[in-house]
Design a protein around this ligand. Structure first.
Ligand SMILES: [Zn+2]
Length: 442
């Protein structure tokens, strides 16, 4: 069970990031046993199986703090009618039909596709948000099974919404939260909720009560589009964050996804309650909803993480998108160089720690052995001092060669070991057109 990932460049990250050339990470079982000079590690751990990482860089596995596995089968699907002209139409014409059209086997395959993509991109931990109203009860179980087979870590929840029968969604969350309990560091549970504009006060209160009793957080989309803010102001005479705060949704365990259309006072509530915000720049650009006030949120001390919102599973690409978006949005080439990597490398690790109770995002003795090993031969000197430059302009285009989670090699030499990639893709291609047909009839 012990491995020596040797002869690479190790980047430890963590509070005191170290860049160590010609270095080895030794894993034993699920944890990191040693980090150091390759010759010395070979002498100290001669029996560990050697995995040559020359020409490669060894980083902690990446974390995605907001994903939608269930969106997989929408890829390449034609959408009948006029193109959606705003966010609410995108939901009505696309996503609220995709989730309803999912059948039982689709749920497993929809999870397996992105899980493979995650492994291909060195993403070892995901916080997912699931919806499948026609196949709701027990739907989180096949996703859990898929995650465990993939060998990754995931926090799962079901999307409660009053557009569907909310009680059933609440029950599915409750069932899964009770089943997972405090979690085993691999699978965690949250209370999933769609968004303020599809949730009544009574529904939110019921969700919050269950989450509180179980000690888990709520995972909810917040002010993604101006429509969510306008709805809250019109119906409740409160901005979205204020409304959710009054109903008890805020708190250190809770994730408020997007927060594009929020004002100064809402940011203060997020900061004072320690509520997590997750930024999804590619998704926001794709839906043309606006720009999250990222720099203001960070200045106020809000813990902001980085997610994909189902757009993909490549966290380095998402990080660079954040970097570019906020430079352009602020018309300032001095910003986002530190902030975009901070979301991915530090803040996502802090969020994962709250959700899973384990310390991820760092290569250090005794910590979980989650690694992303990328092909990378730096064309210029690389050290702690200039690592971010290499991250944003070089590593973002590097290919992941080997992915390790909980000490297990999930992909080696670009071959997925934990899943049958060909069979999964073939079966998904077979079922997707049937799902599209069902969707057309909705
Ligand atoms: Zn989302």
């Amino acid at each position: 069970m012990a491995n020596r990932f040797e002869n690479g460049i190790v980047v430890t990250l963590g509070e005191k990031n170290r860049v160590i050339w010609n270095a080895t990470v030794v894993t034993d079982g699920e944890r990191i046993a040693a980090v150091g000079d390759s010759a010395e590690m070979k002498r100290l751990f001669p029996d560990a199986a050697a995995v040559d990482c020359s020409g490669k860089i060894i980083l902690p596995g990446f974390i995605c703090t907001h994903h939608h596995f269930y969106s997989t089968m929408a890829r390449g699907m034609g959408i009948p009618g006029e193109p959606a002209s705003n966010f609410v139409e995108i939901l009505e014409r696309l996503w609220w039909k995709v989730d309803r059209a999912l059948a039982e086997e689709d749920i497993t395959l929809s999870a397996q596709g992105p899980l493979i993509d995650c492994i291909r991109n060195g993403t070892t931990t995901v916080i997912d948000h699931h919806a499948s109203p026609s196949m709701r009860d027990g739907s989180l179980d096949p996703i859990e099974t898929a995650v465990r087979q993939a060998g990754m870590r995931a926090s799962l929840c079901y999307e409660v919404s009053d557009r569907n029968e909310a009680g059933g969604g609440i029950a599915e969350n409750k069932r899964f939260i009770q089943k997972v309990g405090k979690g085993d560091g691999q699978i965690a549970a949250m209370m999933g909720m769609h968004a303020s504009f599809t949730l009544s006060d009574a529904t939110i209160e019921e969700c919050v009560g269950i989450a509180r009793d179980a000690g888990v957080g709520c995972h909810i989309h917040v002010a993604e589009d101006a429509a969510d803010r306008e709805d809250s102001l019109a119906k409740y005479h409160l901005p979205t964050v204020n409304r959710l705060h009054n109903l008890g949704v805020t708190g250190e365990q809770s994730i408020f996804v997007h927060c594009v259309h929020i004002d100064e006072s809402e940011m203060d509530i997020l900061a004072s309650t320690g509520t997590i915000v997750v930024h999804n720049p590619e998704s926001n650009m794709n839906n043309a909803v606006g720009v999250t006030p990222l720099l203001s949120l960070l200045k106020k001390g809000v813990l902001v993480g980085l997610g994909t919102d189902g757009m993909g599973s490549d966290m380095l690409a998402q990080m660079r998108c954040a970097y570019l978006l906020h430079r352009l949005a602020n018309r300032d080439p001095r910003v986002a160089f530190l902030e975009a990597p901070q979301l991915l490398l530090q803040n996502n690790a802090a969020i994962a720690r709250r959700q899973f109770g384990v310390r991820l995002g760092e290569i250090a003795v005794g910590l979980p052995a989650d690694l992303a090993i990328l092909d990378y031969r730096p064309p210029t000197p690389l050290s702690e001092a200039n690592f971010l430059g290499h991250l944003i302009f070089g590593l973002v285009d590097a290919t992941v060669d080997t992915t390790v989670c909980k000490g297990k090699i999930l992909m080696q030499s670009k071959q997925i070991l934990s899943m049958d990639e060909e069979r999964i893709a073939a079966r998904s291609r077979e079922l997707a057109p049937r799902m599209w047909k069902r969707l057309e009839a909705l």
